[in-house]
Design a protein around this ligand. Structure first.
Ligand code: 5AD
Ligand code: SF4
Length: 469
């Protein structure tokens, strides 16, 4: 490898980041790499020989801390090897497991130099500087959310034709099963002006599609340039004015925060893609109440109906939990009925897994593991059928595709449909970054094959009619 230098005389150091979990974590990993770039850290492909390793953890899935400790075991050897060759590997654990189990990590894995929660990423450079001056371990997990964004550098690394932009963090909903309100803290929205400035920068760097991110993104209430609080509908309308930005999405939403202005935005903004991830978790009012979701099945269905009235080609995704404490066979049937009523284009489903410290973990009437498995399989079979049906319904359809880069085979381009389906086509790599009119010619299990109809960029709104209809 060529020894490179940054703009100053700082020699390049190797940074390896391993990311578990959601898009928020993927985004956070990129931001951590950004804040460390001025210290001379550039991305490395592996942990071996790296000058710094960050493990960005996720607490939502099972066995998160076991996976972390086994990874830390492997890294102890890599760190020793680096020292044996006269170097130094700074080892950091970030993300939700760090937030929740900081003290245990430093006790069980003393070779970890930094443990930091999601609110403290902007302080990474300072912590690394302190470590490299050999001041010992630093624990940093209690930083107020409000300060996080203010201290991050103005310029983020280019992300390509599809870019992610965090506009909101934290959650005040306290669903019975969820760790997010404890690990990510209270809801906080970035000011609209900062969001719009970052969006413009991303577009200048080549983004054609921006996905606005937040744990509770539609609870967005950032300060507008006029001093008033802006809701997400208003922010999306302002985003849609940005020249060169063809597509907009937002994730993840809560049914309770789907207000009329936001629903109307789906009908009014052609660039807002006709695909929405809206977790419902269960179709039973009894379980929804036990989950502290703050909505009923009928209220969810009413939101879906309003959304479809505003944007008839809207397709839906959701999250489901099988076997929340107290869930009966009847409740489970209600979930299957809700899935049948709505018809999802895709969805995620999980077996309920107790997260220590959450109310549901200590609740009576835990559902036996084998029963949770059985219910999950039923939910997944139904969702899989619906997804296949949705994908098959695209055959012969004309749609605009955003091409993002080369496909798996030579001469192939990869991209995304308006409904977030992976797409591939024969075409020149130079077409990456363009939104092109296409016709769907084949449906594969995990992607659509399309033919490009015209190799010059069109702006969305896409022509989404069936060619044959
Ligand atoms: N058990 C199972 N699934 C969970 N999720 C969050 N916490 C749990 C848990 N304890 C799921 C929810 C949420 C998604 C991100 O993860 O469905 O919407
Ligand atoms: Fe967790 Fe989402 Fe519920 Fe917040 S709204 S507590 S992030 S499941």
């Amino acid at each position: 490898m060529t020894p490179a230098t940054t703009g100053t005389t700082t020699p390049r150091k190797r940074l390896f980041v391993k990311t578990w979990g959601c898009q928020m974590n993927v985004y956070d990993s990129a931001r951590m790499a950004d804040v460390l770039a001025p210290l001379g850290y550039a991305p490395a492909e592996t942990a071996d020989g790296a000058d710094m390793v960050i493990l960005n953890t996720c607490h939502i899935r099972e066995k998160a801390s076991e996976k972390l400790f086994s990874e830390l075991g492997r890294l102890r050897e890599a760190k020793r090897a680096r020292e044996a060759e006269g170097g130094r590997m700074v080892l950091a654990v970030a993300g939700c497991v760090a937030q929740a189990e900081g003290a245990e990590i430093t006790a069980r894995a003393p070779h970890v130099d930094i443990v930091l929660g999601p609110q403290s990423y902007h302080r990474l450079p300072e912590m690394v500087a302190r470590i490299t001056r050999a001041t010992g371990s630093v624990i940093e997990t209690d930083f107020p959310a409000e300060q996080k964004f203010d201290h991050l550098p103005e310029v983020s690394a280019p992300q390509g034709p599809i870019a992610f932009l965090t506009i909101q963090e934290g959650c005040d909903k306290f669903c019975s099963f969820c760790v997010v309100p404890y690990t990510r803290g209270a809801e906080y929205s970035r000011p609209a002006a900062a969001v719009l400035a970052e969006a413009k920068r991303l577009v200048a760097q080549g983004a054609r599609e921006i996905a606005l991110l937040g744990q509770n993104v539609n609870a967005y209430h950032g300060e507008g340039p006029d001093g008033a609080a802006w809701g997400l509908g208003r922010l999306l309308r302002a985003m849609a004015e940005i020249e060169g930005l063809a597509r907009l999405r937002y994730t993840t939403s809560h049914p309770r925060d789907m207000d009329d202005d936001l629903i109307a935005a789906h009908g009014e903004i052609p660039a807002l893609m006709p695909f929405l991830h809206l977790p419902v978790q269960s179709g039973s009012d009894r379980v929804l109440k036990a989950m502290n979701r703050g909505h009923t099945a009928a209220e969810f269905l009413a939101v879906v109906e309003k959304l479809r009235a505003a944007r008839p080609d809207l397709a839906l995704s959701s999250d489901f939990i099988a076997g929340h404490p107290g869930e009966t066979q009847e409740d489970h049937q209600a979930t299957l009925r809700l899935i049948e009523r709505v018809g999802f284009a895709q969805a995620f489903s999980f077996k309920y897994s107790p997260r220590p410290g959450t109310p549901a973990a200590g609740a009576p009437l835990q559902v036996p593991e084998t029963e949770k498995d059985r219910r999950l399989h039923e939910i997944q079979a139904l969702l899989r059928d619906q997804q296949d049906m949705f994908n098959r319904s695209r055959l012969g359809m004309r749609m605009d595709v955003l091409f993002t880069g080369s496909g798996r085979h030579a001469g192939q381009l990869a991209g995304r449909s308006p409904w977030l389906q992976p797409v591939h086509a024969e075409g020149a790599a130079a077409l990456a970054g363009q939104v092109l009119p296409c016709e769907v010619i084949a449906i594969h299990p995990n992607s659509l094959a399309v033919r490009i109809l015209a190799a010059s960029s069109t702006g969305d709104p896409p022509n989404q009619e069936k060619a044959a209809a």
